[in-house]
Each structure stands twice: as C-alpha cells, then as structure tokens.
Ligand binder design. Structure first.
Ligand SMILES: O=C[C@H](O)COP(=O)(O)O
Length: 307
C-alpha cells in the first residue's frame, strides 16, 4: 500500500509547502487571536436530551479501539469481529493494522480510523503527513492525529497550524480528521488554543485523550471543546479565523470525541449528554452490553464521570 518513495515524498512536501501559504500569522499573531476568541467562549452545563440510547444507537457513536503497541493479529481480528457484531461506528487501530481491518471490514458499514503520531504527538510534521497519506491509501477513512502538545505548550502555534493544515491538504474530505489534544496535559487556555488551530486547519473533530497519558476525558474538557467548536463556526468565529487566512474557517462546527476512561454505558451517556458526538473506547463491548441490559446513567461507574 505504500507509495513509491519519490511520489510519497513529493506529496508530503507539497502538502507542507501549500499549508505554509495559508496563513501569514506568526506565533505572536496566533496568541493574540486565541486570547481574543477566549473572551467569547463560554462552556455551558446544559444537557442534551438524547433521543435514542439503545444499543444500536450507542454502538454507532463508538470507535471500537485497540491501540496497544503489542496488539496481535488475533486481537485485531477479534476487534473486527466484535465491530461487525455490534455495528460500531469504526475500529480505531494503529497504521500497521489498517490493511487487515480493511480486508476484514470491506463488506460492512464499520469504518476504519487510524491513529497518527501516536501516542506522543511529537513526531516530525513530514512523518505525520506521510503516515496520514499511507493510512488513507491502506483503507482508513478517519484519522485520529495526536496534537504536538509539547510544541503547543511552548507557543509554537504556526508550526502546529502548518502541520494540521498539511494533513488536511494531503487528506481532504471525505477523510474525517480528528485531533487528539491529550487534555490531561493542557491547561484550559491550551485547550482553547488547540481548538482554534484545529478549526483554522479544517479538522472535523476535536478529541480529548489518547488513553495512554494521564486522566481520560472529563466533563469540563468536553464542555469547553464543544463551546469552542460552536463559537468558531459562528459568524464571529469564522470572521476571526479569516483574519488568520482568507480561506480559513467554516460554518460547520467541529464535533467532539470523548475518549480515555469511558468504560461504561453510564460514562458514555454522560459524555453524549454534554455534547460529545463520538466516543473512543477500548471498552466498547461492555458499553453496548450494558446498553442492551438497559443500565441507566444513575448506575454511573467512576471512569469518565469522576474527572
Ligand atoms: O482513543 C481512544 C483511547 O485510546 C481509548 O482509551 P481507553 O482505553 O481508556 O478506552
């Protein structure tokens, strides 16, 4: 599935060069813009009334996830069997497992999500763009890209924007792009900064956690990410993003994927009620089993709710 090296390299270089032309903003410009937006973003405690929390509906919110480095072929095969049985939204795996998943799931409606730059996020931009291209060519229709959060913490906003925009250019729609923040490692202002860069780069989802570092999804993270995503799709939000680049910004809000520590049906419902539209979980089977048993959120376990 890998492209010949010369074509591959030129696709990666082209995406990065083109991404660099999308915004003249310096790190200082991005910081000012992030601070200006923060004034307008107000997370809310409002809960959404969910129309359907039956097992089928719940399964279609779940990316059935197996990301252990030592996952075996047998475990990946089992993941795909389970994904077809319960009709999960996707399986979420590492790049080496994408071709096998593609062959096992070709006749099903289950999508393939591939993690990129997992789990540290600090791989070089060319490596992450190349991985993204390879994953799509191997059959992934969704990419869960780990933010270079250490770079974000040191204020390297321009390089992060370039990285995300290059991945978007290399993997246009219909590929769905999610950015994993690793929210446990970020302050609230860091989360807001990451939301702005993701919105500017045209990502489809913001996602809380890898499940490999610190606590998982928290209610507050999801509320903040949802509020920011909605604001960046508002008239004022799009106007602000257009100052960073004339082609940036869209009226379609990014969705929120809650991941990390979502272990029970109650955890999943809790996240959906506050606006998450996708759940990333290695406990998808348990969640659907509990949905079948009709366990309600009053039986909430620790996990996601406790953060
Ligand atoms: O992307 C999803 C996470 O890796 C899943 O984390 P989890 O094992 O805590 O469910």
């Amino acid at each position: 599935m890998t492209l010949p090296t010369s074509i591959h390299n030129s696709a990666v270089e082209k995406a990065i060069e083109n991404a660099k032309t999308l915004s003249p903003f310096t790190d200082a410009d991005w910081l000012l813009s992030i601070k200006a937006a923060a004034e307008h973003i107000k997370p809310s405690d409002d809960k959404i009334t969910l129309n359907d929390v039956g097992p089928k509906a719940i399964a279609k919110t779940i990316d059935h996830t197996l990301l252990k480095l030592d996952a075996t072929e047998a475990q990946i095969r089992q993941l795909c069997v389970e994904a077809k049985e319960d009709d999960f939204m996707s399986v979420c795996v590492r790049l080496p497992h994408v071709p096998l998943c593609a062959s096992l799931l070709s006749a099903s409606t289950v999508l393939i999500a591939c993690v990129i730059g997992f789990h540290e996020g600090t791989y070089s931009t060319p490596t992450k763009v190349a991985e993204s291209i390879d994953a799509v060519r191997a059959g992934a229709s969704e990419l869960d890209v780990v933010l270079n959060w250490p770079a974000l913490q040191s204020g390297q906003y321009s390089s992060i924007f370039t990285e995300l925009a290059a991945i978007r250019l290399a993997c246009p729609h219909p590929t769905t792009l999610k950015i994993i923040f690793e929210t446990s490692q970020l302050s609230e202002s860091g989360i807001l900064a990451a939301c702005q860069l993701a919105a500017a780069a045209g990502f489809d989802f913001v996602k809380t956690s890898t499940g490999f570092n610190g606590r998982g999804a928290s209610v507050r993270d999801v509320q903040l990410m949802r509020a920011a995503s909605k604001w960046y799709a508002s008239d004022d939000g799009v106007k602000l993003l257009r100052k960073a680049g004339k082609s940036l910004g869209t009226k379609v809000p990014m969705k929120v994927k809650a991941s990390g520590g979502v272990r029970t049906f109650a955890d999943a419902v809790k996240m959906l009620e506050i606006g998450a539209e996708r759940i990333g979980a290695s406990s998808g089977k348990v969640i659907v089993k509990e949905a079948k048993e009709g366990k309600t959120s009053s039986g909430a376990a620790a996990g996601a709710e406790s953060y």
